[in-house]
Design a protein around this ligand. Structure first.
Ligand code: IYR
Length: 227
């Protein structure tokens, strides 16, 4: 089908804004996003399931390859499952910090003060395990090819983090490597691969974050304009 033949619906949600208003909004959004910090100390206060559902639905609106939506979000509040995830993640992290990580990597991490202890995996009210759906499965077991899976899931994850931040919650992108234990503990099917583990909840009272990580590159370091 060509573009003119596919069924369409009217485009909504693009009210043209006066330039001043556009700038005010985007600057306000930038200021709000600049306050997002990766938080490693969480309160154990519960966060309503509906908040997590809405944030996941926001992530699910992400642009993605051929609209096949090649992702799965498993939201875990179950204490026993969180305990299993912490145990497995810490085992991998002990290997990483003690053996696998080359000195250069450990040096790069030093300003963040990270270590193999991951108590937040049990303290935080929610862990959202994000999986890439590498291919789809039809009812007859045949495979549906998925496209740009990494790009799609990366964009959706960014939107999830943004949605949670917008709701006033802290997040931590945790990427223990390898992450095969998530497939096992969460009993995910063989067409999925763990992408990352997003920790979310309220920051612990008096939580602090590494000073070094607040330094962000300026516009001239991250962008160039050709006019
Ligand atoms: N996955 C380890 C190490 C780690 C790696 C990077 I790159 C970071 O930005 C932060 C941590 C951990 O979670 O401790």
């Amino acid at each position: 089908m060509t573009r003119s033949e596919v069924p369409t619906v009217p485009l909504h949600g693009y009210p043209e804004l006066p330039t001043e208003e556009m700038i005010r909004r985007v600057a306000a959004f930038r200021a709000r996003m600049a306050m997002r910090r990766t938080v490693r100390d969480y309160s154990d206060r519960p966060v309503p399931r509906q908040v997590i559902e809405e944030a996941i639905l926001a992530a699910g609106t992400a642009p993605n390859g051929a609209n096949l939506q090649p992702w799965h979000f498993e939201a875990v509040a179950c204490a026993e499952t969180k305990r299993k995830i912490r145990e497995a993640a810490e085992a991998e992290e002990r290997e990483f910090y003690g053996r696998r990580a080359p000195p250069e990597w450990l040096e790069a991490l030093a300003p963040l003060g990270t270590d193999p202890e991951k108590p937040f995996l049990e303290t935080a009210p929610w862990l959202i395990a994000i999986f890439e759906r590498r291919y789809g499965l039809r009812d007859d077991g045949s495979r549906v090819k998925h496209y740009y899976v990494g790009e799609s899931v990366g964009i959706a994850t960014g939107m999830l983090i943004t949605a949670l931040h917008h709701a006033g919650l802290a997040t931590l992108t945790h990427t223990p490597s390898p992450m095969g234990f998530l497939t096992r503990i969460l009993e995910r099917p063989e067409n999925e691969r763990p992408f990352l583990l997003l920790v979310t909840g309220y920051p612990a009272e008096g939580a602090e974050v590494p000073e070094a990580a607040s330094r962000k590159k300026g516009l001239d370091e991250i962008a160039s304009f050709r006019l």
